[in-house]
Design a protein around this ligand. Sequence first.
Ligand code: HEC
Length: 217
Amino acid sequence: MPARTCLFMLCVLVSSLQANANELQQLADASRDIISEFSSHLKNALTDAIQEGGPVNAIAVCKTRAPEIAEALSREGWQIRRTSLKVRNPANTPDEFERKVLEDFERRKNEGKDIRQLAYYKMKEVGEQSEFRYMTAIPTDELCLTCHGNTISEAVKTRLDQLYPGDQARGFRTGDIRGAFSLKKIFRRELQGEESIQPDNAPLPADETTGEVTNSP
Ligand code: HEC
C-alpha cells in the first residue's frame, strides 16, 4: 500500500476514535448533570419531609418520590435508578454489571479513594445496539442514618418492617458507600465498543465468562 494511502487511513482511524471518545465524554457529562439534578431534588424532598412531618413521614418520600423523580429525569432515552449491594427495596437489586461496579467501588474505597470521586462508565455492544452505562457511588451522611444507620428509632423501624420485610439497608455508618446512581442509555446505531475511565477510576477486572466488563487499562 502506498505510504500516502496508509497515512490517510491512519488519520481516518484516529479521527473516528477521537469522535467516539468525544461522544463518550459528552454522555458522561450528561450523566453527571442528570445525577446531580436527581440527587439534589431527592435530598431537598427528604429534608423538607423530615422537617414537616418527621422521619416516619419521610419514608414515603423515599418510597414514592424517588422513583417519580427518576421517572421525570428519564427523558431522551435515559434510564436512571438507585441500586446498592444491600438493598431496602428488592426492586433496586443490582444487575450483574452494577454488582461488579459496586464491588469495585468498595474495593477502591478500602484503598483510600474518596467515595465522591468513584464513578465508572462504559459503552457496550449488545447485538445491534450500543448501551452506555454510567455509575457513581452514593456516600452515607448523617441524614441517611435516621433510616439506614445502627440506631433507628422504634417508630421508623416499625414502618420500615411493614413496608420492607427483607430490608438489608440498615447498619450503615457515615463514610460508607450507601449505593450508587446507575444510568443507562441505549442506541440503535453503530458505535465502537469502547469504554472510558475517569481520572480517579481504575478499570474493573476483566471478566471473560460474561463479556459484561471488557475493560482493559
Ligand atoms: C426517612 C427515611 C430515609 C432516609 C432519611 C434516607 N433513606 Fe434511603 N431509603 C429509604 C427507603 C424507604 C428506601 C426504599 C425506597 C424504595 O422503595 O425504592 C430507601 C432506599 C435508598 C436507596 C436505594 C437502594 C435500596 O436500598 O433500596 C439508596 C441508594 C438510598 N436509600 C440512599 C440514601 C441516602 C444516601 C440517604 C441520605 C442522604 C438516605 N437514603 C436517607 C429511607 C430513607
